[in-house]
Design a protein around this ligand. Structure first.
Ligand code: BYC
Ligand code: FE
Ligand code: FE
Length: 470
């Protein structure tokens, strides 16, 4: 495919900045090479029914059509500039937002943008083998939709790096294509993005729990005083909604299938479905891996980001006050072998404040899955979120042992129960054994219920993915 000058769709008037345009056009073939190397394996020449962002207008930004993924038009879209916008929080509250990067915040902003950017290609790498075991053509299409949009999110961040961070930014953009999920040599930055996602139960848990961290991080950055970051994350959030839909409804359909079998007096494991206990173990794993992505409970980085107007709270604009000064946040922290209540200045607790919103949202989804159990006729069994101290790798609880109720226990006790709380090697093998590709139109794998409706008004048995030359 010829890459013409118009190949980078955008609403940032790219053609008026020839230097920037050239730099991005030099990065583009490297991106495509990366996509071909570590993007969806075995499906690069299929025609996929995909939504492409073509503008930011509320009704009509999305265009649906069949596309080969390497020909997807990854574009750069920022919400329109509102010349009046003021910084909404922190020490700089009320000052006009910045259209350029203030020198004193250059390093912090670069770090935030690179950390955000790094997760996007990482997830594509993690999911690259999943197409081969899709439970339906509908799900296959949704996987690829998520993948191309994570690719676009990488573009969104790379635009910021190229446009605002000069040579450093260009180097960071190159390195984003060099790190690899799970690599021992050049791993991705955040832990959860180095975990394997090689079965669809993990995929739905990831899009439910890990993409949801993305929603909260992006929402916090959407408040940023650095206006181009705020404007680009606002538009990313509109795409993110679909990823969360895929995760939440994917798990729901697995719960439904499991529940229907249990209600009929059958053992889901023997029927080739996912047993209840395994759903719970995968929730325990992916919820806690995703909790870590919010950073430590007490963080001077987070306090600095807030004070400087770089990163706000969830829906900061709807809160009553925006300084977060003179207020403490009370939390229980492990200290000398027990839990001690502590008062932490609110600004230093910003990671925890954002995590609170996230946990509420996850609980809402779990409640919905529990309704699905009841509706299918299963009583006395409920799914639950483990306590946020359980199985943590970041923050003061990392390296200590807690049970799913958050009680501090000995390492030996943890080890004795680990196999009941978290997926074991055998569990993973079992889940993988269920994963056989189902690609006949309208058919579903035995371990998942069909969705209530198709994509973009199309029927469930629509041919969402067509083989090459079809
Ligand atoms: N893994 O002060 P602390 C998404 C490090 S997902 C490894 O508590 P801070 C997506 C930290 O770097 C959203 N290391 O952290 C989802 C620091 O290191 P140094 C991604 C970690 O800075 C699915 C030290 O621990 N976006 O979009 O307050 C598919 C102390 O940390 C981790 C963002 O993350 C970890 N999990 O907060 C596709 C937003 N956590 O300085 C996409 C941008 C912490 O001691 N990032 N560390 O060497 C940020 O705002 C912040 O960097 C964090 C961490 C919230 C991640
Ligand atoms: Fe993303
Ligand atoms: Fe996402």
């Amino acid at each position: 495919m010829a890459q013409t000058l118009e190949t980078i769709p955008n609403n940032v008037d790219l053609s008026s900045d020839r230097r920037l345009q050239r730099a991005l056009e030099q990065w583009q073939p490297n991106f495509l090479q990366w996509w071909n190397e570590v993007g969806p394996d075995g499906f690069q020449s299929h025609q996929v029914y995909l939504r492409t962002a073509i503008s930011v207008e509320a009704n009509g930004w999305a265009h649906f059509d069949f596309v080969k993924m390497p020909e997807y038009r990854w574009g750069i879209f920022l919400e329109p500039r509102d010349g009046e916008r003021k910084i909404g929080f922190g020490d700089v509250m009320g000052e006009p937002v910045w259209d350029e990067v203030p020198g004193e915040h250059r390093n912090a902003l670069r770090r935030i943008i690179v950390t955000q950017a790094d997760t996007e290609p990482a997830s594509v790498e993690q999911q690259r083998q999943l197409g081969k075991t899709c439970p339906s053509m509908y799900d296959l299409r949704n996987l690829f939709q998520v993948n191309v949009e994570e690719g676009r999110h990488l573009w969104a961040m790379v635009y910021l790096l190229h446009r605002f961070f000069g040579r450093d930014g260009r180097e960071e953009a190159d390195e984003l294509l060099q790190r690899r999920s799970g690599s021992s040599d050049k791993p991705r930055i955040l832990n959860a993005f180095n975990e394997p996602i090689d079965d669809w139960l993990s995929f739905f848990m990831f899009t439910m729990f890990t993409d949801r961290d993305g929603k909260y991080q992006l929402a916090a950055l959407a408040q940023s005083g650095f206006d181009p970051l705020a404007r680009t994350t606002r538009f990313m959030l509109t795409e993110e909604a679909h990823h969360l839909f895929v995760g939440e409804t994917g798990v729901d359909r697995i719960v439904q299938r499991c529940a229907e079998l249990m209600a009929a007096g059958k053992d889901p494991a023997k029927e080739g479905a996912v047993p209840f206990v395994l759903i719970q173990k995968y929730i325990n794993l992916w919820f806690t891996l995703s909790l870590d992505l919010f950073g430590g409970e007490v963080s001077s980085n987070a306090a600095d980001f807030f004070a400087a107007g770089l990163k706000g709270r969830f829906r900061e604009d709807t809160l009553d006050e925006h300084k977060a000064m003179g207020v403490n946040y009370r939390m229980e922290m492990p200290e000398g072998g027990k839990l001690v209540a502590q008062e932490v200045p609110l600004r230093n607790a910003m990671n925890e404040v954002l995590r609170d919103e996230y946990v509420k949202d996850c609980q809402r989804a779990v409640d919905r899955w529990n309704k699905t159990l009841v509706k299918a006729g299963v009583s006395g069994m409920t799914l639950r979120l483990p306590h946020r101290r359980f199985h943590r790798g970041v923050g003061p609880c990392a390296g200590l042992s807690f049970d799913p109720d958050g009680r501090m226990i000995s390492e030996a006790e943890f080890k004795a129960h680990e196999g009941a709380w978290l997926p074991t090697a055998e569990d993973r093998i079992f889940v993988k054994s269920l994963m056989h590709p189902v690609t006949e139109r309208g058919k579903m794998a035995n371990w998942i219920a069909p969705p209530p409706k198709g994509i973009n008004g199309m029927p469930i048995d629509f041919e969402y993915v067509k083989p090459p030359q079809a």
